[in-house]
Design a protein around this ligand. Structure first.
Ligand code: FES
Length: 285
């Protein structure tokens, strides 16, 4: 193994073994790790939650954390490193308290995700993966988070901020940096990245109301469900930005105007009266 520069370029120098955690930290993490490992019939299956656990300790997955996972699970550090570097939810360098992910996958991109990302880069003075000087915000592109009904979506520590605009996203990061109260559009209240990582490791979220908080599917998704049940779709779909975070003026659409082109009921076989959709059958029935 050789060292690498901050840019990830190999310098060809032998790399020292990672430092061990201080004894008290290791003892605490070992107790947590035993609880996680006990959930699985095969201990190596606990690697993903254990990587979240060590990420909750330091804010990113360090070589020390990977060595700890390898020791606990009886794996090689190479095996642990292969997993930790594969998944983008594991951060490999020090990052901010709030990971602000802008979805720039296809639908969010065309609905404004690209514009939001550009605006935030300029506003924060950082690029993809960059962290603000105060250590509060790390900005990054993210892929589709299955919230396309609410495009464009921004996620902070994996909590949803729906139907964003460049203006609302800039206000969001300003509030995060200022320590002002910030509430996700739906789901559990926001917490720091380290706290989020511990929850992802499988430990209970003990904040009042956090477990009960949830978000429903968007209207476009529910139209599909209603069609599958043989119900009539609504005459029109309310635009998700109506009453959203942007300072847009209320808009009263004409009857012929469908405000969300991607979720408009179409004259397909499923909505054709001559070919009504019945309850869908499972494959093989
Ligand atoms: S494309 Fe952004 S949530 Fe699906």
């Amino acid at each position: 193994m050789t060292t690498s520069s901050p840019e990830g370029v190999s310098l060809g120098m032998p790399q020292l073994p990672p430092q061990a955690y201080p004894a008290d930290v290791r003892a605490r993490l070992e107790a947590d790790a035993r609880e996680v490992v006990a959930r699985y019939p095969d201990s190596r299956s606990a690697l993903l939650p254990l990587l979240h656990l060590v990420q909750s300790e330091e804010g990113h997955v360090t070589r020390t954390g990977m060595r700890f996972c390898a020791d606990v699970l009886g794996l090689t550090t190479a095996e642990v490193t292969a997993v930790a570097t594969f998944y983008t939810m594991y951060r490999r360098k020090p990052s901010g308290d709030y990971q602000v992910g802008v979805c720039t996958n296809t639908l969010c991109a065309v609905m404004g995700g690209d514009a939001i990302f550009e605006a935030l880069q300029e506003h924060l003075g950082v690029g993809n993966g960059g962290t603000t000087e105060d250590g509060k915000v790390t900005l990054e592109h993210i892929e589709c988070n299955a919230a396309c009904d609410f495009a464009p979506v921004v996620m902070v520590n994996w909590e949803f901020f729906d139907n964003q605009t460049p203006g609302s996203a800039k206000r969001l990061v300003d509030d995060l940096r200022a320590g002002a109260p910030v509430e996700p559009t739906r789901g559990a209240p926001l917490c720091t990245f380290k706290e989020t990582a511990r929850i992802l490791a499988g430990f209970p979220d003990e904040r009042a109301g956090a477990v009960e908080a949830s978000g429903g599917a968007g209207p476009a998704s529910l139209i599909g469900l209603r069609l599958a049940k043989g119900e009539a779709p609504p005459a029109r779909v309310v635009h998700p930005r109506a009453g959203g975070p942007e300072e847009s003026q209320p808009h009263d659409p004409s009857p012929s105007e469908h405000l969300s082109s991607h979720d408009a009921p179409q004259q397909t076989s499923a909505s054709d009266p001559a070919h009504p959709a019945g309850p869908s059958a499972e494959e093989g029935e």
